[in-house]
Each structure stands twice: as C-alpha cells, then as structure tokens.
Design a protein around this ligand. Sequence first.
Ligand code: BES
Ligand code: MN
Ligand code: MN
Length: 463
Amino acid sequence: MEATQQYIAGSKEKFLNELMDFLKIPSISADPAYSDAVHQTAEFVANQLKNIGLDAVEICQTAGYPVVYGEKMIDENLPTVLVYGHYDVQPADPIDLWTNPPFEPVIKTTPIHPQGAIFARGACDDKGQAFMHVKAVEAMLASGELTCNVKFMIEGEEEVGSENLAIFVNENVDRLKADIILVSDTGMLANDVPSITTGLRGLSYVEVEVTGPNRDLHSGLYGGCVANPINILTTMIASMHDENRKITIPGFYDKVIELSAEERAEMAKAPFSHEKYCEALDIETTFGETGYSTMERGSIRPTLDVNGIWGGYTGEGAKTVIPSKAYAKISMRLVPDQNPDEITNLFQTHFEKIAPQGVKVKVKPHHGGEAAVTPIDSIGYKAAALAYESTFGKKPIPVRSGGSIPIVAMFEKVLGLKTILMGFGLDSDAIHSPNEHYGLFNFYRGIETIPYFYKHFAELSKE
Ligand code: BES
Ligand code: MN
Ligand code: MN
C-alpha cells in the first residue's frame, strides 16, 4: 500500500478542493425546491466515478432521485466490495444559527479539530465520508494496488427514507453481487480512540393529529368546557413514559433483546466521561431509563421522542384561543428484534386507546427501518480492525450506535450481505444541526485507512 499512501499524501489539496465542490451543491432531498441541485449532485458523483477510472458508471433513474452506480471488476476470483453512501443531505435550517452559509464550505479550527474542519451541510453526513471511498479507490487504482473488485452505489434519498433504493436493490440483485458492503456514514469515539460501529438502531416514525372542536375558539368563552387538543396531546405524550422513563405502550419491549451481563461489561469498557458529555451539551446531568448507563440508553435501548409539536397560536403577542387541532412528530428508535411495523401498530392502538372522549385522533406512519448488528468475528470486521490498526496504531473498539441506517438491514435481507460500518465522524460534528463539520484529520485518515481494508479483506478471503 506504499504507492497508494504516497498518492494520497500528494493529493491532499486536490481531494479537499474536490470535496468543497461536492459540498457546494445543495442536495437537500427533503425539499422539492432543491430538486435540480439533487440531480446535479448525482451527475457530480457520476463524473467522479468516471474520472477515477470506474467502468459501467450509470445514473440510475428511480421514481425519486437517482442511484449512482459504478464498478471496477479486476478479477472474478477476487472478492468484491460494495460501497454504499448517500449524496443527499438534510435541510440546513435553522439557517440563522450557521456561522457560514451551509453550502459555502469554509475551514475553521475547533478545540476538537485543531488541524481544521470543513464546515458545510453534508460535510460529515455523508458527502465527506462517501467521498473518502471515491478518493481511496482513486488512489488504489492510480497506484495499481486495488486488491478487490469494487462496486459503488451512492444514493440520493437516504435522509428521506431510501424507499426507491429498496426498489433499486430488489431489481438489481445480480448487478450488486458482492462479498461485503462497506459504508462510512457513522462515527467513531474520538480522534485518538478509533472505533467500529457494530450496531444501528431501527426506527418507527409517526405523525399524530388530535382534533378537538371543529374550529378555533375564544379561550374565555369556551375555555374549561371543551377538550383542548394541545392539553390533551401533551398529556397523552407525557403518559407514554413512566417514572422510570420506561415506555408505557403495551408490548413495546416484548421483542427487545436484553444484553448479557458480559456484553454490558464489555460495552462499559469504552471510554466515556459523564462530565465532558454534559459540558459539551451545557446540561447539568443526563436523563433516561433507570438502570442503564448513558452509553446503553443511546444504543442498546429503545426510545420514544417527540421531534416536533405544534398547534394553536405561536405568533407575536398573545392571542386567546383554544385551537381546533394539535400535532406532533414522534420517533421511536428500535433495537433488535423489534419490528418497525409492529411497533407502529402498537403505538397506533395505544394512542387511540388513551385518547379521551371529546377528541378525535389520527396516526400517520412515516418511513421506518429495522435495527442491525454486525458480528465481530467475521472477516469483514477483522479486515476493518486491521485497517484501523495500520493507520491509528491501535485496535479499534466495537461500539453500537444509536443512529439508524435502515437500508443496512434491507441489504442483509435482499442481498444476503453484512455491512461493515467504518465511520470517521465524531458525535460533536453536528450532523443534521447548524454548523455541521468534518475534521480534515478524519477525512484524510479515512482515505488512508480504507485501502488497508481492501488489502486485508483480500488476504483474509483467501484463507
Ligand atoms: N448517517 C446517519 C445515521 C447515523 C449517524 C448513524 C451517526 C450512526 C451515527 C443517517 O444519514 C441518518 O441521519 N439516518 C436517519 C434515519 C433516516 C431514515 C432518515 C437517522 O438516524 O435519524
Ligand atoms: Mn448519513
Ligand atoms: Mn443523516
């Protein structure tokens, strides 16, 4: 990998400039106003794949945004790595809280990134991370050191649920034939504490509507006489956690796999500072389910959280009104073996049951997905661990993440393939938030580490 590493060392500026161009296109998949930009971003990715020398590059149209495909098949006897990433990003709002415009990337240093970080929407999630794979393969191809066949599948709808990707994968099982899936769309513990993500939570997401009277009412004339949908909705939501912060929906925990004492002890070995955690968030203390550590609450335990709530008058000054309707968006993060459709049904049944007389309720399910876990005794995991050792000089720690990438479980079902999650972001990189950024250290270290995965995966596959 000598030549590959030299190529990377000599291309740092070029790689960074190209990433900047990638970040400048506002590929917000959730907002139809950005549709042209999302398509333009797919073209950018396709051009990149062509320029680094991949074959069969194609912008594959779907009912939504395209999937960009490209491959380099060097020898049918070698193993094949399927790289997945996403070129779409989250909306940038609240825009006022950004210190630079979200699609005009700038490099700034932070206490955690003394060597500089690139600030832009998508810098870490996932343009910066997906781009590391493009550049790592460029380096291996240019140096004649690619040791596996490689296929790229970069989609444009991850942040909105990957519905069309699921269709694409089902229709392209042959084209996507591979031995392992490689993804950088997660994080690691710290820049000096490398870790590999071995689990992702699933997701069930619902929107609820509570309707009281048929129109907004004067809160003096009608106050105290009719059910106020906001009062009712907040009471219903509050009742969904008990005094131990356990979720009260009947059956919610039935399929949850509890970890053994050994597994929990192993997890507890990962470094975690309660003090630093609170300090970074400016909170006095953490909050959550009794009997579990913060690390556990955020990874191996399911949750129920309101993501947004609205209704009534929220403008300037006071308006005395009892609203006709109240709404909330609620996410439930799931763990193995909870099934998202089942959980959505349990939620719906419960929500309808606890609604008092005098209001009508509606539950609208959104996208969801299953949790996923990766075994650490597979050759994929071993190859990744050896790769981190080569560049970080220490063994990575296996860590289960609280985030969700629903297509990982789908890949396993449809393609029969496990995914290795080599994420290089940090929790403090503010993904989905204002001032999202990605450390230059992380970007370059990722590009340097990925080639070693190919080397070790090829070697371990021979044995
Ligand atoms: N890359 C994230 C998921 C992630 C981030 C996992 C950090 C682990 C660590 C992904 O783009 C994402 O945001 N997923 C969504 C779910 C999706 C269905 C919109 C999420 O987790 O909220
Ligand atoms: Mn992502
Ligand atoms: Mn995301």
